[in-house]
Design a protein around this ligand. Structure first.
Ligand code: FES
Ligand code: FES
Length: 158
């Protein structure tokens, strides 16, 4: 197997690592960097559990080659500990019972963060549309949608 050198920023840290050329970004983060907050579900780009940010945009790390992130900025859920939007979303998810097993939650939060920051006027239909790429097998989505709408609403009142 071909080995390559990868240089990129992960959660604000510049890294240089030797990796197998075909390593997915999710496997690189979870296995090489032990950043296990990014979950893996389907591993073929359907469920959204592995959602993170590349250059500020949500992306599915299971179908992204780590090698394609050369010189890019990657942020995982671990990097949002002190982020105001993410703090508000975590609180709202808890209040609205927006999780049960929690497996989808890191990916949901990453997508929700993008919705709140990008679409200030999103209504329920728009939130549901934006969430279409994140699957949850437990909650029936209604708590998740309510949580995101409550953060959007609070932002509009501020
Ligand atoms: S694990 Fe990546 S989309 Fe399902
Ligand atoms: S809370 Fe279990 S999959 Fe969403």
């Amino acid at each position: 197997m071909q080995t390559i050198t990868l240089s990129l920023s992960v959660n604000g840290q510049i890294l240089d690592r030797q990796i197998q050329a075909r390593t997915s970004l999710a496997d690189f983060l979870r296995e090489d960097l032990l950043l296990t907050g990014t979950n893996l579900g389907c591993e073929h780009g359907v469920c959204g559990a592995c959602t993170l940010q590349i250059e500020g945009t949500p992306a599915r790390s299971c179908i992204t080659l780590a090698a394609s992130c050369e010189s890019k900025k990657v942020r995982t859920i671990e990097d949002f500990q002190n982020d105001d939007t993410m703090s508000a979303l975590r609180e709202a998810f808890s209040k609205e019972h927006a999780l049960q097993c929690g497996y989808c939650t890191p990916g949901m939060l990453m997508t929700a963060h993008d919705i709140v920051n990008r679409i200030a006027l999103a209504d329920e239909a728009r939130v549901r549309k934006e969430l279409a790429g994140n699957l949850c097998r437990c909650t029936g989505y209604s708590g998740i949608v309510k949580a995101i709408l409550s953060v959007l609403h609070a932002r509009r009142q501020a």
